[in-house]
Design a protein around this ligand. Structure first.
Ligand code: GRF
Length: 192
């Protein structure tokens, strides 16, 4: 099964998945990377691993439908059956949701429904929570709301600063994401 990874930034989760694929631990093939930011380092990581990457600039399109229709052309050309959001800071619209029902998954750096939104790690830190976590879920029309595929806890040591908490949450992401991707692949195959 071919997968596409969408990213907006550094792409450390993309890197972790690419390494898992190269180690033979990923049950799909990452065939395409899509970014919405010209300077996203995820592009560099894709190049280093020999994966085709495209920067699709949203403001080149007059609305989200046209933007996603362009992305859909690329997805179809690459026979993509799974979309993996890995730090993609943009809501998914109806064009992609309808073309890929329960075939789009997202990683969130908290234990949903706790701490949704763009600052999951900092929000858990500011709340002085005793634990947080990582969630991988299917994407639906809500924000951080779709059915959970896999989620695991990270205990927070009250002595940690925000940076240390970020390190622990990211380490959990790299460990959990490929397992969640593999579970989604099995579920998508079982449905088709
Ligand atoms: C991750 O923490 C992910 O959970 C969140 O955005 C961050 C992306 O980091 N959605 P990176 O680009 O994979 O390094």
């Amino acid at each position: 099964m071919n997968a596409a990874v969408f990213a907006s930034g550094s792409g450390t989760n993309l890197e972790a998945l690419l390494r898992r694929e190269e180690a033979g631990d990923l049950d799909c093939h990452i065939d395409l990377v899509i970014v919405d930011q010209e300077n996203a380092y995820a592009r560099q990581r894709a190049r280093q691993h020999g994966v085709e990457q495209h920067w699709i600039r949203p403001r080149d399109f007059s609305n989200k439908e046209e933007y996603e229709t362009r992305i859909l052309e690329l997805l179809k050309a690459h026979d993509i059956q799974l979309i993996i959001l890995a730090g993609y800071m943009r809501y998914i619209g109806q064009v992609l949701l309808q073309a890929y029902p329960y075939q789009i998954i997202n990683i969130h750096p908290a234990y949903l429904p706790e701490f949704p939104g763009a600052h999951g790690i900092a929000d858990a830190f500011d709340a002085k929570a005793s634990q947080t976590g990582v969630t991988v879920h299917y994407v639906d029309a809500g924000v951080d709301t779709g059915p959970v595929i896999l989620q695991e806890r990270v205990a927070i040591d009250p002595k940690w600063d925000l940076e240390t908490l970020e390190e622990h949450v990211h380490a959990k992401e790299y460990d959990l994401f490929y397992r969640a991707v593999n579970q989604a692949v099995r579920e998508i195959q079982a449905r088709s």
